[in-house]
Design a protein around this ligand. Structure first.
Ligand SMILES: C[S@@+](CC[C@H](N)C(=O)[O-])C[C@H]1O[C@@H](n2cnc3c(N)ncnc32)[C@H](O)[C@@H]1O
Length: 265
């Protein structure tokens, strides 16, 4: 049973919009963007994690299960490492208000979850709700996942990456913020355990083809396999997915398995 009422509040209804519907997939533009992302860190959201203004983003109170890169003490980093390595691990990137991850973590008490959401207000909300629910299996981070995952997540430790309804970043000047890029897919491949799953869901026309192109070009990933989705067929919906359902907008679901052991995820 989903933990929360699946109907959207009026506030959310108004907040979710569809974009202009023209996704720039020009290979030359993308190649230039990806190179700058990889070599210059271009497009990272939130800037230097250690320099986020405290008056807007109060420092996470240790030992709370909230990680901010560059500020965490060595003990806290150690705490996170222990959490990441002592149970099957699932990571959500771009958790929004946490509707999916909170319900999913509640449903799977034997697994550990790590949720990334750069918007501090949302991260705070996820943290508070998880405390209220008494969840012991969820950590959050308000950093750009692209900063933290390469540094703190051990290699071959992740059973599932969830990327639900990633921002398409329509405008040319924002495209460097796009999550799906060859260098980051390579990071995901290294962090997934053999047989682990990358799950990407989107309502943006053209995005599924783009994701398939990038992920399937990586030798570690097998081609999208819809059968892998069975495991998530009854998964709780995210806020945007509920909005799509209420507005009759189709959601495309993609599942990629990392080659290797078929059973472990
Ligand atoms: C379109 S919203 C979808 C939110 C939620 N998954 C849903 O389906 O309702 C995408 C979210 O990803 C977050 N985000 C985008 N890039 C991110 C990154 N690199 N690291 C962490 N969060 C990110 C944004 O702040 C935003 O809240």
């Amino acid at each position: 049973m989903p933990m929360m009422d699946e109907h959207l509040s009026r506030k959310h209804r108004g907040a979710i919009r569809r974009g202009p519907g023209r996704l720039n997939l020009n290979p030359e533009d993308l190649a230039a963007i990806w190179q700058r992302q990889e070599t210059e860190g271009k497009g990272l959201i939130g800037g230097d994690p250690a320099r986020r203004p405290f008056w807007r983003h109060p420092k996470p109170p240790e030992p709370a299960p909230w990680y901010r890169h560059g500020l965490a003490s060595p003990e806290h980093r150690q705490r996170l490492h222990r959490f990441l390595t002592t149970a099957p691990l699932e990571i959500e990137i771009g958790a929004g208000d946490g509707r999916f991850i909170l319900a999913w973590a509640q449903r799977h008490p034997q697994r550990h979850f790590f949720a990334f959401e750069v918007r501090w207000k949302y991260t705070h909300r996820i943290y508070e709700r998880s405390q209220r629910l008494g969840l012991h299996n969820l950590w959050v981070s308000d950093n750009d996942a692209r900063v933290v995952i390469p540094e703190v997540v051990p290699e071959e430790s992740v059973a599932v990456f969830h990327i639900l309804m990633p921002d398409p970043w329509w405008k040319p000047k924002h495209q460097a913020k796009r999550l799906i890029a060859p260098w980051f897919v390579d990071v995901l491949a290294r962090k997934l355990q053999p047989g682990g799953i990358l799950r990407v869901e989107t309502d943006v026309e053209g995005y599924p083809e783009f994701v398939r192109q990038v992920v399937e070009a990586h030798p570690a990933f097998a081609a999208h396999d819809p059968a892998l989705g069975e495991r998530f067929a009854a998964a709780p919906l995210s806020t945007r997915q509920i909005w799509c359902r209420e507005h009759g907008v189709p959601v495309y679901r993609l599942f990629f398995r990392k080659r290797g052991d078929q059973e472990r995820a």
